[in-house]
Design a protein. Structure first.
Length: 293
């Protein structure tokens, strides 16, 4: 086991867990914040790509570049929808729904790739759905307007876009992670530039600026560097388990710093969601190991 890679991935996931806390303190809307993230990621990771000389050995395949561009669209939308969710609901609730993405990947695989799906997978999906209903809060289910304003739709859309990003990235093999991210975030700059309202950057406090820069450099540049540097050196099962550090840290910070106190039903919903996700992520590997034994 590569201990160094495990530490890097653990640190990246723990840092990423604080992105919700940073987001609510930036003082700018989702679109403009993602625009800053894209700029920081393009400069930071693009710079590393040039410094390490990776650009010299890069093999550009037209099909993979097009696939990467589609991934980039969903990646940017994923960020925008997640930050919109943070504006409407607590970080814990948004991040729990956001982490339904692996469930959607399983569903996409079953529908589009005809991958085998078990009764256990179906039950896990149902449990996650029930959990998401519990976690959004029953008070938001009394009317369509209350439900739409709860932030649930934004969080769910972010999860779907994240799942599509992962699904489309599964078959990318030729392009390096640095090249992939550079293309995706550069595309994000082009997509978001016409939508940005630059007046939102006026009147920001030094604290706002600190959180904005932190979100761009730390949560996008530095975290993605650690993530990409470690993920290819670790088994899938280890990566799957360590990614749970992200929502755990997010929920703990929300409770400790922002005084979020989930109701009993919301707590049950969080447990349902992560129970279903854990089963979906870990069970196939366990089954394979038992079969090999």
């Amino acid at each position: 086991m590569n201990v160094s890679a495990m530490i890097k991935l653990s640190v990246s996931m723990a840092i990423f867990g604080s992105i919700g806390l940073f987001t609510v303190n930036t003082g700018i809307p989702a679109v403009e914040l993602v625009f800053v993230r894209c700029i920081c990621a393009t400069l930071f990771l693009g710079g590393l790509w040039l410094i390490t000389g990776g650009h010299k050995t890069e093999v550009w395949d037209r099909k993979e570049v097009l696939q990467t561009l589609f991934c980039g669209i969903f990646l940017v939308l994923n960020w925008v929808f997640l930050f919109k969710a943070f504006e409407e609901m607590s970080i814990s609730v948004a991040i729990s729904i956001y982490n339904l993405a692996p469930i959607f990947v399983v569903m996409l695989g079953a529908v589009l790739l005809k991958e085998h799906i078990t009764i256990g997978n179906i039950l896990a999906i149902i449990i996650c759905f029930v959990g998401s209903v519990f976690i959004v809060g029953m008070e938001h289910l009394h009317s369509i307007e209350a439900f739409m304003n709860s932030g649930f739709i934004w969080a769910m859309l972010s999860a779907i876009c994240y799942a599509l990003t992962m699904f489309l990235s599964k078959t990318l093999k030729g392009l390096s992670p640095y090249a992939t991210t550079f293309v995706q975030t550069a595309l994000g700059i082009l997509i978001l530039l016409p939508m940005c309202d630059f007046s939102v950057f006026h009147g920001l406090t030094s604290t706002n600026i600190m959180f904005i820069v932190g979100t761009g450099i730390i949560h996008t540049g530095f975290v993605y560097y650690l993530f990409f540097d470690s993920i290819r050196k670790l088994p899938t099962i280890i990566v799957s388990v360590l990614t749970f550090l992200d929502p755990v840290v997010a929920i703990l910070l929300d409770m400790v710093i922002l005084d979020f106190r989930p109701s009993l039903l919301q707590t049950l919903g969080i447990l349902f969601i992560f129970g279903g996700i854990s089963y979906t992520v870990l069970k196939p590997r366990k089954y394979t190991q038992e079969k090999l034994a």
